[in-house]
Design a protein around this ligand. Sequence first.
Ligand code: SF4
Length: 254
Amino acid sequence: MSSETDKSKSWNRKDDPARFSVENFDRPVLGTPNNADRIFLHSCCAPCAAEIMDALAASKIETTIFFYNPNIHPRDEYELRKQENIRYAEKLGMGFIDGDYNVRDWFDRTKGQEWEPERGARCTTCFDMRFEVTADEAAKRGFNLISSTLGISRWKNMEQINGSGVRAANRHDGMEYWTFNWRKQGGSQRMIEISKAEEFYQQEYCGCVYSLRDTNAWREENDRPKVKRLVKYYGRDAIVEDNDEREAATSEQG
Ligand code: SF4
């Protein structure tokens, strides 16, 4: 057998998606950055949260989910995303805290940023608001470690999220924001696998009214049907992957 064949075999083994599937992946035991044995985890939705919840459960890190997302518009969209997350938290036996839906405060805080693109200044404001409340609530409950499920999405800028998370944690002595990269080691792949197995609701826009407007504008320009809210579920419907295409289009435009 030639050495070239050997090399290609070992490359295949390393990168074979099957190795990272929920079925085959040997989950490592994760250690927290400050040795905390429990975490207060901000969650944006069930599809993003589930893989992280599974990873934390496998590492025996006691996890409390904090659903605080007053950015999500409109209310029925918010309620559905929340209920899906409650369903999975109950399945894993994790604590779930339902944050305020203080929409007015979110609109006040993002005033003047209505036309910012996704991953721009409005998103920093949005992350800051959600993580500040997460950190304050965590401190009240005696947690010294927080993180968020937002970073697992490839559509999000992880540096932007981590920056907001670290700033929020710094509001409290001894608190840390865990900047773990949940996408690595097949995390993004398992996120989809779990979502299909659980038939989670699949949202087609980030959350706020401006992201709904901009997603629809992009779809119209690209001859795509408008966003259908409250009807698409992983495992039952074709997966919507507009985000990757939009990302490529945006990069091309510089
Ligand atoms: S696009 Fe998403 S992250 Fe940005 S402001 Fe809207 S809801 Fe928040």
